[in-house]
Design a protein around this ligand. Structure first.
Ligand SMILES: NC(=O)c1ccc[n+]([C@@H]2O[C@H](COP(=O)([O-])OP(=O)(O)OC[C@H]3O[C@@H](n4cnc5c(N)ncnc54)[C@H](O)[C@@H]3O)[C@@H](O)[C@H]2O)c1
Ligand SMILES: O=C(O)C[C@H](O)C(=O)O
Length: 309
């Protein structure tokens, strides 16, 4: 059986950790690419040399040359500046638009059939750049954010109630920005809605902390942003795609009428399998939740207007 091949573009915090986690999964070879000479080569060699200890045989290559990425099944695009304390993700638009645009051109030249998993921020707008520049069908361009935001939400709920995170089901919809939509109605512990398990003000505080989750970590780190949970979330998506798991996971998808939203990347539950996004799952929302999703989508639309302006 031929090995899977995943390229990770950007050998920084998210990209390096994603490559490490993927190699440890032992079902795919990994190519790590960066513009900085030596960085992907050094990290790849270091990850490769962990194989005898961890017991994996994944081939890991670091390079500055996209020829080595040829025929990748999945390409994870993490290349781009992270924000600094005080910045919003949206402040990265101009810088990262250029990076993601040129990277997409280089990637698709060598891997025309790949599925693109976009990670660079501002996430939903960068998905647009990748979709437009690649000309790929919407099934093959998907953004990582909802899994991360939902993981934060689940973590805070579990902490509050003193239960295992495994007992907490939850969902965050919308764009990966300040107006994302953590849904209290779908946040349950062993099937019981959190509104029945904690006071309203605690639910509201957890929802707000989830929305601010990225800024909270960036404020602590000072020099960059989160990468352990983001890389874990990216790898969960790659697993579902390459292992054809058909997980239903919240991801940024290009909506064409679903949820009443048109021609816009927004975070919604999608079924991820070997061909990418195999289904966009529409769940029932209350009028208030629909309004919040619309507000979040409008924030994405504003950035897309700047891109297209
Ligand atoms: N979607 C999410 O939920 C999420 C989560 C975490 C981080 N991010 C975003 O991911 C991006 C990367 O974050 P990070 O912490 O890894 O940053 P980082 O600075 O550690 O790494 C970015 C890497 O990209 C490389 N790079 C820049 N231009 C490039 C180009 N043209 N080609 C190839 N490589 C290039 C840099 O050299 C650097 O190594 C940021 O935009 C960040 O905001 C998104
Ligand atoms: O907050 C950031 O800028 C990085 C990322 O989007 C996150 O949510 O951790």
């Amino acid at each position: 059986m031929s090995r899977n091949k995943v390229t990770v573009v950007g050998a920084g915090n998210v990209g390096g950790t994603t490559a490490q986690r993927l190699a440890e999964r032992n079902y795919t070879d990994v190519v790590l690419v960066d513009i900085v000479e030596g960085l992907p080569q050094g990290k790849a060699l270091d990850i490769l040399q962990s194989g005898p200890i961890y017991g994996y045989d994944s081939k890991v290559i670091g390079t500055n040359d996209y020829a080595e990425t040829a025929n990748s099944d999945v390409v994870v695009i993490t290349s781009g500046s992270p924000r600094k304390p005080g910045m919003s993700r949206d402040d990265l638009l101009e810088t990262n638009q250029n990076i993601v645009g040129s990277v997409t051109d280089a990637v698709i030249e060598h891997s025309p059939d790949a599925i693109l998993v976009v990670v660079a921020n501002p996430l939903d707008a960068m998905c647009h750049v990748a979709l437009q520049r690649s000309g790929f069908p919407r099934e093959r361009v998907v953004g990582m954010a909802g899994i991360l935001d939902t993981a934060r939400y689940r973590t805070f709920i579990a902490q509050e109630l003193g239960v295992s995170v495994r007992e907490v089901s939850a969902l965050v919809l919308g764009g990966h920005g300040d107006t994302m939509v953590p849904l209290p109605s779908l946040a349950t512990v062993a099937g019981v809605e959190i509104s029945k398990l904690m006071p309203k003000d605690r639910v509201e505080a957890i929802v707000q902390r989830t929305r601010d989750g990225g800024a909270e970590i960036g404020g602590l780190l000072k020099t960059g942003s989160a990468f352990y949970a983001p890389s874990a979330a990216s790898v969960e998506m790659v697993d579902s795609i390459l292992l054809d798991q058909k997980r239903i996971l919240p991801c940024a998808a290009y909506l064409q009428g679903e949820y009443g939203i048109n021609d816009l990347f927004v975070g919604v539950p999608v079924k991820l399998g070997r061909s990418g996004i195999e289904e966009i799952v529409e769940i029932d929302l209350s009028e208030e939740e629909k309004g919040q999703l619309r507000t979040s989508a409008d924030a994405v639309q504003e950035l897309v207007n700047v891109l297209n302006g």
